[in-house]
Ligand binder design. Sequence first.
Ligand code: TYM
Length: 331
Amino acid sequence: MSRVFSGIQPTGNLHLGNYLGAIRNWVTMQDAHECIYCVVDLHAITVAQDPATLRQGIREMTAALLASGIDPERSILFPQSRVRVHAELAWVLMCTARVGWLNRMTQFKEKSGKDREGASVGLYTYPVLQAADILAYKATHVPVGDDQKQHLELARDIAAKFNTDMGVELFPLPEPVIQGPATRVMSLRDGSAKMSKSDPVDAARINMTDDADTIAQKIKRAKTDADALPSEVAGLAGRPEAANLVGMMAALTDRSADAVLQDFGGQGFGRFKPALADAMVTVLAPISARFNALRGDHAAIDAVLERGAERARAIAEPVLAEVHRAVGFTG
Ligand code: TYM
């Protein structure tokens, strides 16, 4: 039996990188799997958050996920903090994970930057909480963007070590699902930096709520080089900005990058960019219309989250009870 789990932080807007890298796969996986999707507010507070902004961010991210096609009847959609198992299991798994393993996590190094001593302990142990999220549901598949690969390898290592240490077969080893032509969407301003919610330059990302004019402007100003597009993917080597835009086009129009280049090879960005902006608007306009209709309905959003948390607890609590037995807390 396969069970899907994934999470997203409720900080900032849902952007095109989240959507093409992960959320689109979340939506399609609902057809064939039991899916559990989590708004990870416990992860959000690993860096400073204003409480009112966080409260609003949780609702807005929920509305954005619903608008993107997450169906709360078929899937479980809930906020992490409402299911205490996440934090409790994270403690047990912190006693399984090794300091050396966490020291290798590149995202902590990036996020803590030069002030590592001043980073929160939560930011350092963040990947263990992420492992607890997945393992609390004995999830087998985890759809994510490429940047989460290392955290998922860690989750597998933690699951395997727990099973071995306790002499049990409690946790399945979760498989990352990193698929599609845009598993790593880059900034519009710098082809070597990831498109990110935390980039202070709004023009570097496409927000799911951007209107058609804003999208057209951002794509028009996106960094490129002076050459025409090649006819094959091999010709994109060493051209990160061009590769990024072609990858976006491929993902948005559901075809391979090679198929995109068959159409646009030999053409300049003056022709390609308007076509890309059109493809983006076609995909994003209905999502942003649904988002705008939903975002003010706090009662409906809160009801989805409350019901989701209840269903999540019903799965996670028995798993924690098994963990307590395996560890020796209970008989
Ligand atoms: P977060 O909130 O940073 O991102 C949510 C999802 O979007 C993907 N993503 C991208 N994909 C392609 N290109 C990009 N530029 C891009 N930016 C973000 C991420 O890979 C992710 O899939 N730690 C996680 C949240 C989390 C989680 C979990 C995920 C907490 N617990 C358990 C899976 C399982 C995070 O911060 O994602």
